[in-house]
Design a protein around this ligand. Structure first.
Ligand code: HEC
Ligand code: HEC
Length: 423
């Protein structure tokens, strides 16, 4: 055994130590007094900024302002508003180099088990949808998924990801995407091994994270950073909220009034994200054919098992139970997270199972008071809207669509054999 090293505690206290101690104490006290002054001092309330942790340079959205155009005087719901700057987590702050590394990984099929799928396969960056158009997504080769591939536009803002809210952060969501049996199906150790064989990745992970060799966790952090730059751009309705009366059509303005008024969409689609980030059962009908498609059914049964439902449910469930898988509370059966609606015209088909192909169908569904379900949300009531009013709502939804966000597929760095020094 080695001798114990002399520690700082063995040293006599010198006057310098005392002076340093006094200095630190004074700084701490000064900090506390300063903070109290800032919080309670004169003018503090007036200057208080909205709490944005870190500001993205990529988000074009302006400062989060309250809706200026149509004050919703008595509405109990948070008004629609422009999106605030993207909240980057304190333990994964934005840097341009990290986002760029994330972009490469987003497109890299080597991050899936058999090297055939990337995030971009199911969330294409080339058409502005960021979520494939098939109602039920395809899955890892030989399987199908069991849900519609959500768009990732504005996913930076949710506190729960996935239709059932199963993931609390993008980093965690992305882990499910890369490793999930019906998505990427990769083993993280294998992913690290592959990354280590791409010299350019070794260089980039070292530059961005200080890794000797790329780590899987840092790959998750990089790809999440890239996603946080995929945020709606130049949305006409946002311009309208900021005072440009003519940014949206008259039809859309009438639709906005219905949305926040008689059609009561705002009860769930509210605030800057146009989502309450919460869960509701609308009685969305089953996707036709889902019951008879063997691959869909294999995945469906597998998911019941993987999500740990009781035997009784495992043997009897025929529909996606949504939030129930997370809480195991009966009242949560069939509840799904409210999606935000910016750029909704690019993300058809709609709902967790892609059962509606057009916005017109979605609005007709709401007009009928939603579907059939014993757990249906009481907010879902027939709306008795005329054909013109339904068209107005669709026009409003279209005014939520900004510039298509297109990101080019990068040229990916190739594998290369290591030299004898192991570089
Ligand atoms: C095989 C297709 C497939 C692949 C590959 C895939 N996804 Fe997904 N993604 C889906 C489906 C389907 C959903 C909906 C899942 C659910 O709700 O259970 C989804 C959901 C998401 C969500 C949730 C969005 C929201 O608003 O809740 C994010 C974010 C996401 N994927 C990002 C990624 C990233 C990043 C990758 C690569 C690391 C990736 N996905 C790979 C199909 C895929
Ligand atoms: C009770 C809460 C609630 C109300 C009221 C509500 N929505 Fe929704 N909305 C949701 C939920 C939850 C989903 C996802 C449901 C699912 O996938 O099963 C959704 C989905 C949508 C979608 C599909 C988005 C996508 O990306 O797939 C659109 C469009 C939409 N709602 C528009 C509206 C309009 C227009 C109104 C008013 C007529 C409205 N909603 C009223 C909760 C609500």
């Amino acid at each position: 055994m080695k001798d114990r090293k002399p520690s700082w505690a063995d040293r006599p206290v010198t006057p310098l130590d005392l002076a340093l101690f006094a200095g630190v104490l004074a700084l701490l006290l000064g900090g506390v007094i300063g903070a109290v002054w800032l919080i309670f001092g004169p003018g503090a309330a007036a200057e208080r900024e909205p709490a944005a942790e870190v500001v993205t340079p990529a988000a074009p959205a302006e400062e989060g302002e309250e809706a200026a155009a149509e004050p919703e005087a008595e509405s109990p719901y948070p008004p629609l508003a422009v999106l605030p700057p993207v909240p980057f987590p304190l333990d994964n702050p934005y840097t341009p180099e990290k986002a760029e590394l994330g972009r490469l990984l987003y497109f890299d099929t080597r991050m899936s088990g058999d090297g055939s799928l990337s995030c971009n396969s199911c969330h294409p960056a080339s058409d502005g949808s960021w979520g494939i158009a098939s109602p039920i997504s395809f899955g890892y080769p030989g399987s199908t998924h069991w849900r519609n591939a959500s768009t990732i536009i504005n996913s930076a803002y949710y506190t729960h990801l996935n239709w059932d809210g199963s993931a609390p952060s993008l980093e965690r969501q992305n882990n499910g995407a890369w490793t999930g049996a019906v998505a990427g199906n990769v083993d993280p150790a294998m992913a690290e091994e592959r990354l280590a064989q791409v010299p350019e990745y070794v260089r980039l992970f070292n530059e961005v994270f200080g890794d000797e060799y790329p780590t899987y966790m840092h790959a998750l952090m990089a790809v999440a950073t890239f996603q946080r730059t995929i945020v709606s751009r130049n949305v006409p309705f946002d311009a309208y909220l900021q005072g440009d009366e003519n940014a949206i059509s008259e039809e859309a303005r009438r639709g906005y009034e219905l949305f926040t008024g008689r059609a009561n969409c705002i009860a769930c689609h509210n605030g800057p994200l146009i989502s309450d980030d919460s869960f509701h059962n609308l009685g969305v009908p089953e996707y036709p054919g889902f019951q008879n498609n063997p691959l869909n059914q294999i995945t469906f049964r597998f998911e019941q098992w993987a999500k740990g439902v009781p035997d009784e449910i495992y043997y009897t469930a025929t529909r996606d139970l949504g939030l129930y898988y997370i809480t195991k509370q009966e009242e949560d059966m069939g509840r799904f997270r409210t999606p935000g609606l910016r750029d909704v015209c690019y993300t058809a088909p709609y709902m967790h199972n892609g059962v509606f192909a057009t916005l017109e169908e979605v609005v007709a569904f709401y007009n009928a008071g939603g579907g059939d379900d014993p757990n249906k949300d009481p907010l879902m009531q027939p709306l008795n809207l005329t054909a013109q009013e339904q068209a107005d709502l669709v026009a409003f939804l279209e005014s939520l669509c900004g510039d298509r966000i297109i990101v080019e597929a990068p040229e990916l760095p190739p594998y290369a054999p290591w030299d004898m020094e192991g570089n």
